[in-house]
Ligand binder design. Structure first.
Ligand SMILES: *Cc1c(COP(=O)(O)O)cnc(C)c1O
Length: 408
């Protein structure tokens, strides 16, 4: 069944094995359960599955063996080597969704009600920012967006505003790689009895585990590093209150209908088997590229939390195993040079998204953040000439050669 936590300690071993249940037909990997519904032997069995007396699948919007495997693997990785206050291995439950945005919607609809406020910070993922600013207000939920580096100011707001229910954090954040201090922010949120949720997409559980600092929820767009190959869009919501996840949050997720599907869940499970290996290579490559760009005469600025010049270098050092595989940079000659550079790339792929084996290069001002007014964009460091790179797992010599020829 599910791996016993004591018997296999390594993160990579968890990546490969956690969540797997032996197949009744002895298939090595869990086959793709492309079936919308599941059969009952008798009316009584159907009743028992509905009431939860008997474990078993009913209907794929409610659950599917491929979802369960991916969910249990993710929960195992996010709690790997963590313990609860009694010293027992930390438990968590994950619910897989059709996309990151679907998982976020389940989170917000599960925890927020009309009259509540949600406190968060600048430069969130574009879709999250729009959900907070354009959709939640219509449901009576107001976002408070501020700089979370000045914790005194955050505390002043928490003291004054009585209806804040949730603190929502994303670190590192798109595309300037600003980080927030998870330990300090979550501790403050807990003093004011807020629910805390962290978008851990950029880091992956290999680099950072928000549950270590007491977060209530961890969220991922599984489309990125967890899938790792760019084969399927998906999202996951992981919660530490297992009872609440199994009851209320599961209910909301099932009624919202943003469920995954068997094939995407299968691809995700397959991708996660190599998460540790991939992350190690992604990260090694990213450091070398950050240093190369930082020393290149055509580049005016590199945003990478592993460079001592990055404003959040110390925060990244404290809470991440490694500063990660995403970076952004600006060319001295601005927008026109940026476009030329992108067009000249021969190996790196011109595309949005991140976390794939292939190195992806995008231009936030005209792509991911084009809907955000320029002044607001520039406030979060997204200038017209900024280029974002998700560093892949190719051989470093080839990546550097491609960048070098595109910059010259
Ligand atoms: C991609 C992404 C999302 C949204 O996820 P989808 O899978 O595209 O719905 C949310 N947060 C971050 C940090 C992301 O990169």
């Amino acid at each position: 069944m599910i791996m016993k936590k004591q018997s296999h300690q390594g993160f990579g071993t968890y990546c490969v094995h956690a969540g797997h249940v032996p197949d009744p037909n002895y298939a090595h990997l869990t086959p793709i359960y492309a079936s919308s519904t599941f059969v009952f032997d008798t009316a009584e069995q159907g009743m028992n599955r509905f009431t939860g007396k008997e474990k078993g699948y009913i209907y794929t919007r409610w659950g599917n063996p491929n979802f369960t495997e991916a969910e249990q693997k993710i929960a195992a990785l996010e709690t790997h080597q963590l313990h609860d206050s009694q010293g027992n291995p930390l438990q968590a439950k994950a619910i897989l969704h059709a996309s990151g945005m679907a998982a976020l919607t389940t989170l917000f609809l599960s925890e927020l009600h009309a009259g509540d406020k949600i406190i968060t910070h600048l430069s969130l993922y574009g879709g999250t920012d729009e959900l907070l600013q354009k959709i939640l207000p219509g449901l009576g939920v107001e976002p408070i967006i501020m700089d979370m580096h000045d914790l005194q100011r955050v505390e002043d707001v928490l003291k004054k505003e009585k209806h804040i229910r949730m603190m929502y954090l994303e670190t590192p954040a798109n595309p300037t790689l600003r980080c927030v201090d998870l330990e300090a922010c979550i501790r403050l949120a807990q003093q004011y009895h807020l629910v805390t949720a962290v978008d851990n997409t950029f880091a992956s559980p290999y680099l950072q585990q928000p549950f270590r600092y007491g977060a209530d929820y961890v969220f991922h767009s599984t489309t990125k590093f967890l899938n790792g190959h760019g084969t399927a869009v998906g999202g996951v919501l992981v919660g530490r209150d297992v009872e609440k996840m199994e009851q209320h949050v599961t209910k909301v997720a099932r009624l919202l209908g943003g469920n995954s599907n068997a094939f995407d869940a299968y691809l995700l499970t397959l991708g996660m088997k190599t998460l540790e290996l991939r992350m190690q290579r992604h990260c090694e490559n990213a450091v070398q590229i950050a240093n190369f760009l930082d020393n290149h005469q055509a580049v005016s600025k590199v945003n990478y939390p592993g460079l001592t010049s990055h404003p959040d270098y110390a925060i990244a050092q404290k809470q991440m195993k490694h500063p990660g595989a995403i970076l952004s940079f600006e060319l001295k000659e601005g927008l026109s040079a940026g476009k030329k550079f992108i067009d000249r790339l021969q190996l790196c792929i011109r595309a949005v998204s991140l976390g794939t084996c292939d190195t992806l290069v995008s231009h936030p001002a005209s792509m991911t953040h084009y809907g955000i007014p320029r002044e607001q964009r520039e406030k979060s460091g997204i200038t017209d000439g900024l280029i974002r790179m998700s560093v892949g797992i190719e051989n470093i010599e080839d990546l550097l050669a491609d960048l070098d020829q595109a910059l010259s």
